[in-house]
Ligand binder design. Structure first.
Ligand SMILES: [Fe+2]
Ligand SMILES: [Fe+2]
Length: 188
């Protein structure tokens, strides 16, 4: 009989990272929805645009730092190193695509009445980013995360501690994937 369900109270390291990936996928879907569906109100538009911009400017960079600053130095297996090198290059490649999405979302958040003018930029940016990001997440889940399960428990805990410290230093923004907020443009 197994009465222990540690993820109920304290998600595993991989569980925490998967939560972040789930949120990234949600935000990509939210961006597509925001661009594709005429808003019911300007408040809805503002809330969704703010949420996307905040996630990709605050929460996602913390996830990237988790991977590059906390995980990368602790994985020395040659297979893991190859995956890590590829991961780091992809993070760099995503920056321009992310910025192309963040900018119109920030503009829309402050000027929701400009939805008709900005929707194409948001749709195009989300469409350009999405396949790269979805592939990146799948690669990490397939090629990288299994290596984390083989780390010593103390090492995994050290990574979790650094992740928590990173979020505490940013005032808790992001947390387990960050985001939050309102808006009727819900990710499917
Ligand atoms: Fe990544
Ligand atoms: Fe990741």
């Amino acid at each position: 009989m197994n009465s222990r369900e540690p993820q109920d109270d304290q998600p595993s390291l991989v569980g925490r990272l998967l939560d972040c990936h789930t949120r990234i996928r949600e935000m990509l879907s939210l961006a597509s929805s925001l661009a594709g569906t005429p808003p019911e109100t300007e408040d809805d538009t503002r809330a969704s645009a703010e949420r996307i911009a905040r996630y990709f400017t605050r929460a996602l960079p913390m996830h990237t730092r988790d991977e590059e600053e906390s995980i990368l130095p602790r994985l020395t297996d040659p297979d893991a190193r190859a995956a890590l090198d590829r991961m780091r290059g992809e993070h760099h490649d995503h920056e321009r695509l992310l910025q192309a999405l963040i900018e119109p979302c920030e503009t829309l958040a402050s000027s929701p009445e400009r939805w008709s003018e900005l929707r194409d930029a948001i749709r195009d940016a989300a469409s350009a980013l999405e396949p790269h990001m979805i592939e990146h997440l799948a690669e990490e889940e397939r090629d990288l995360f299994p290596h984390l399960e083989r780390l010593e428990e103390a090492t995994r805990q050290s990574i979790l501690d650094e992740m928590d410290a990173r979020r505490a230093a940013r005032g808790g923004g992001g947390g387990r994937g960050g985001g939050g907020g309102r808006g009727r443009h819900r990710a499917p």
